[in-house]
Design a protein around this ligand. Structure first.
Ligand code: GDP
Length: 295
């Protein structure tokens, strides 16, 4: 995860860690390297620039050069700023409502169906919930089957109406079914496309409006870098979602999506996907992620 970014930041900060006497020049050089590392990780120019400007201002404010351990202090400032960039505190999901209704959104291939299963499994095993998974893809029978396979794997019921071509009605019927049968969480998996298109957006916006979910989650493949950020913007404009799920962080992603999505859409990353298995789900803790990046 982020190995390239970690290596580059390590090299950048190495200058400071190694120096007995730290000068303004060392600090400036380090920040230049930090900025370069962020740009290489697919962080956009403005965010990378603001990042180093903030670290520099904080360093001056705390008189880094005359402090006892200037190198360590600089490393801490970079870590704190990385944490802030990724959202600061972790933000859990809202489990209010009986049932809690969770709507999943995102492009096809982002990992939406897999994550729906992971979340159901997490809520069942870690939170003692009784979730219902709902297959709302009215275009691809394979997607409905895929959700049934996932449901069987984790022992969670899957609601589907293969003959029904009305996604709104399916979602509403599923919620009725949940209420009648004692399910306390309903996770609605919707149809995605390979790219953003108006029909998909209208459909998910209609489902969103009809079922007023307690949580609308946007799932995105972290390997897609800045595209992930642009897709997030488009979905957020339509759905004003509550949180982001970053998938495929087990691959060697450069890091841009994780580092910039929060500042672009101002919505927290809530969970990450770290593999294809149902257990490969983690709550997203910005400070732990910053620790990991800085090694
Ligand atoms: P959907 O079209 O958005 O529902 O995406 P899927 O859930 O079908 O996932 C697309 C592919 O990505 C599948 O092969 C999944 O096994 C894989 N996948 C999903 N999440 C992860 C993850 O966190 N890590 C890895 N390595 N693969 C994942």
């Amino acid at each position: 995860m982020f190995s390239n970014l970690s290596d580059k930041l390590d090299k950048a900060l190495h200058i400071l860690k190694g120096h007995g006497k730290i000068t303004e020049v060392n600090v400036a050089d380090t920040l230049k390297e930090v900025r370069r590392a962020l740009l290489d990780a697919d962080v956009n120019f403005k965010i990378a620039k603001d990042f180093t400007t903030t670290v520099k201002e904080k360093a001056m404010g705390q008189n880094v050069l005359t402090s006892l351990q200037p190198g360590q202090l600089m490393v801490k400032l970079v870590k704190d700023e990385l944490t802030e960039l990724m959202g600061g505190e972790e933000v859990g999901i809202n489990l209010s409502g009986t049932p809690t209704v969770i709507l999943m959104s995102g492009l096809q291939g982002s990992g939406k169906t897999t994550f729906s299963g992971k979340l159901a499994n997490f809520l069942k095993t870690k939170k003692g919930k009784k979730p219902l998974l709902v297959a709302c893809d009215i275009y691809r029978p394979a997607a409905i089957n895929q959700l049934h396979v996932v449901g069987d794997q984790i022992g969670v019921e899957v609601y589907s109406e293969p003959e029904n071509k009305d996604a709104v009605a399916i979602a509403q019927n599923a919620i009725k079914h949940a209420k009648a049968n004692g399910f306390n969480v309903v996770i609605v998996d919707t149809a995605g496309r390979l790219a953003i298109d108006e029909q998909m957006m209208n459909e998910i916006a209609n489902v969103h409006k009809a079922i007023t979910p307690h949580e609308t989650l946007f799932v995105v493949d972290s390997m897609t870098g800045q595209d992930a950020v642009n897709t997030a913007k488009a979905f957020n404009d339509r759905l004003n979602f509550d949180g982001v799920i970053l998938t495929k962080l087990d691959g060697d992603t450069r890091g841009g999506a994780a580092l910039t999505i929060k500042s672009v859409v101002n919505k927290p990353i809530k969970f990450i996907g770290t593999g294809e298995k149902m257990e490969a789900i983690d709550i997203f803790y910005p400070s732990r992620m910053a620790d990991r990046i800085l090694g």
